[in-house]
Ligand binder design. Structure first.
Ligand code: G3I
Ligand code: 9MR
Length: 568
């Protein structure tokens, strides 16, 4: 039933999308803006030369302005103009009007524009918890039975050791499901958990005040730390106490069908210890150790010991790359260059211990700054160093830290200025998970803004959130449940299998990218091969419409950061 509905929805969506290639509507952030934010909409080029803003559902004009000159946007195959209305600061509900086009979706100007979005993006992690029943008091209509207790997880042959031979069992409960699938991967957990912890480190007041209504709420710990703890507890079980090595993943041999967690009962395995897993684990545990220390000294000490042991293991096994065993077919998160993981772990250990030998291990002068992703985490080293710059030892090169953060921000701001849509994405950024690329770019820009107050960085970061909330060629908010037009059929097993029409809310889908690696699994074609339009709101589309913990984390960071940093 649900499948038939989704096909119908797809058919009407595909028509709309192809019609819209020549005459789309107005594209803007469908939630709206903070009063003090930069405010921009994108308008398809036509006869109009100006725009007006009306109170939603009325003809009361509150502002008018000129459209910018037209610019052609090759990534989306259209020609567009921009409408700038930053001066409109009065809270209210509005629509943007351009003659010859339908009015824009309504949007708010409000000091709490992203409150609900931010809480939902974080609550999404609760909905993806393994090993716990979601009760109605916390999950509402998305309540479900527990799945994947992971109390009897087999040691895969690739992970066998003298004290843990192949086929023996360990307990490795809790954690978050990685994405639309039910497996748990240390590499991706690393950047995801870190990014949430970084959001807390940067915006503590915001998160201390936030109430998520999760089972631990009210226990004296901020909910973002409660939620992250669920995954940290699992990560700790992935370290072999005999040698400090860390298993790469906990997985079935094959992906589960589109069923609820409790119905997914294939045997689970831990697979191969890898250098990347040990270093990502070391980085996250070192960071978590300092962040949880005011709340739980025992946990904090345990995390630091675990981090050091994983670091030691990685130094002794510098090139144990992940090799997918022949009998395993789930996600790989493989990576044949772990120099960035090494630098990131060194940075976190240095910040937490103030031991200069870790700073030396970073090789800072040789370490470039790049937009973070699961496979390239060197940027996380720079962001953490910048955040903690005031407490570092004399060994740290302060000027280098500031210049690395600023120079990448400058490049991103240049892309933003040149872009017809006023966004930081360039053609090469439309990869699997492109929406997380733009969110990580925005996260970087916010760090740079915190560092040196360059207003363009804040505005460029805003453009990233605007993009994922509707200022894109598809006129879609890419966050389930938020915005007037949002994904209905994410590649997310619970959303598909729960029998509830609306998907689990608060998830950022992967987004457009021309690879279309799921074409063979999709009953309907993508509407376009253009990078910015190659997207399918169909459950088949794991390459454009899956959700993932590493994609949501920078959305949590950015939606909190804009609220915390945008001048009133
Ligand atoms: O590394 C190459 C790069 O050299 C090249 O320029 C570029 C061109 O497209 O491709 C790069 O490789 C890409 C790789 O990600 C690294 O970014 C592959 O094309 C791309 O297919 C690959 O996608 C990954 C995907 O798994 C398939 O392995 C995604 O990043 C990753 O987010 C996704 O993760 C999956 C998990 O395996 C399983 N759970 C769900 C999760 C989300 O879909
Ligand atoms: O559901 C899987 C998703 O989480 C992964 O990102 C994706 C790529 O590894 O694979 C999905 O599983 C598909 C498999 O790769 C091919 N057959 C169809 C599966 C989806 O039901």
């Amino acid at each position: 039933m649900k499948h038939a509905l989704s096909l119908l929805a797809l058919a009407s969506y595909a028509c709309a999308a192809s019609a819209s290639a020549t005459d789309d509507g107005i594209k803007l952030n469908q939630l709206g803006f903070l009063p003090g934010a930069d405010k921009v909409a994108v308008v398809p080029d036509g006869a109009a030369r100006d725009f007006s803003i009306v109170r939603a559902g009325t003809n009361t004009v509150v502002q008018t302005g000129p459209l910018s000159p037209p610019a052609s946007a090759p990534d989306s195959g259209d020609t567009v103009r921009q409408a700038h209305f930053t001066d409109l600061r009065t809270p209210g509900r509005y629509q943007l009007r351009v003659s010859g086009l339908p009015d824009s979706p309504p949007f708010e100007i409000s000091p709490g524009a992203y409150d609900a979005l931010n809480a939902a993006a974080l609550k999404a992690y609760y909905f993806n918890r393994a090993g716990i029943a979601l009760d109605a008091a916390h999950a509402g209509i998305y309540a479900r039975a527990a799945g994947h207790p992971d109390t009897h997880v087999l040691i895969h042959a690739s992970a066998a050791s003298p004290s843990r031979p192949a086929g023996s069992a360990i307990a490795s409960p809790k954690g978050w499901y990685d994405a639309g699938d039910y497996n748990k991967y240390i590499v991706n957990s690393g950047i995801s958990t870190y990014t949430l912890l970084a959001a807390f480190e940067d915006f503590p007041a915001w998160f201390q005040a936030q109430k998520l209504n999760i089972p631990e709420s009210g226990n004296g710990m901020p909910d973002i730390l409660n939620e992250a703890r669920w995954n940290l507890d699992w990560m700790l079980t992935m370290q072999d106490p005999a040698d400090g090595g860390v298993y790469h993943k906990l997985t079935n041999l094959r992906f589960d069908g589109m069923v609820m967690p409790a119905q997914a009962t294939q045997p689970r395995y831990v697979v191969q210890k890898t250098t990347a897993a040990a270093l990502d684990f070391a980085a996250v545990m070192a960071a978590a150790s300092r962040i949880y220390s005011p709340y739980d000294q025992v946990l904090s000490a345990r995390m630091l010991t675990a981090a050091k042991q994983a670091w030691q293991w990685a130094q002794a096994h510098p090139r144990d790359y992940y090799r997918q065993p022949a009998d395993v077919a789930t996600g790989e998160y493989g990576d044949n260059d772990v120099s960035d993981e090494q630098a990131w772990a060194a940075a976190e250990l240095y910040i937490t211990t103030r031991d200069d030998s870790y700073y030396q291990a970073l090789h800072a002068p040789q370490l470039a700054a790049t937009v973070p992703s699961w496979g390239d985490v060197r940027g996380l080293a720079w962001l953490s160093l910048a955040r903690h710059r005031k407490g570092l030892t004399a060994a740290a090169d302060q000027a280098l830290i500031a210049s690395r953060v600023d120079s990448l921000a400058r490049q991103l701001a240049a892309a933003w200025q040149e872009s017809p849509y006023g966004i930081t994405l360039r053609k090469a950024d439309y990869v699997w998970g492109s929406n997380a690329v733009v969110m990580n770019q925005a996260m970087w820009l916010l760090h740079a803004y915190r560092l040196n107050g360059t207003r363009a960085y804040l505005d460029a970061a805003q453009s990233g959130l605007d993009y994922v909330l509707g200022r894109n060629a598809l006129e879609l908010s890419f966050v389930t449940g938020y915005g007037t037009r949002a994904p209905r059929h994410p590649h997310h097993r619970p959303s598909e299998a729960d029998g509830i029409e609306a998907p689990v809310p608060g998830w950022l889908v992967g987004g457009p990218q021309p690879g279309q690696q799921d074409r063979k699994d999709c009953p309907a074609p993508y509407p376009s091969t253009l990078p910015a339009r190659s997207y399918l709101d169909h459950v088949c589309s794991y390459a454009s419409n899956e959700i993932a913990i590493n994609w949501n984390a920078p959305l949590v960071y950015v939606s909190a950061g804009l609220q915390a940093l945008t001048p009133r």
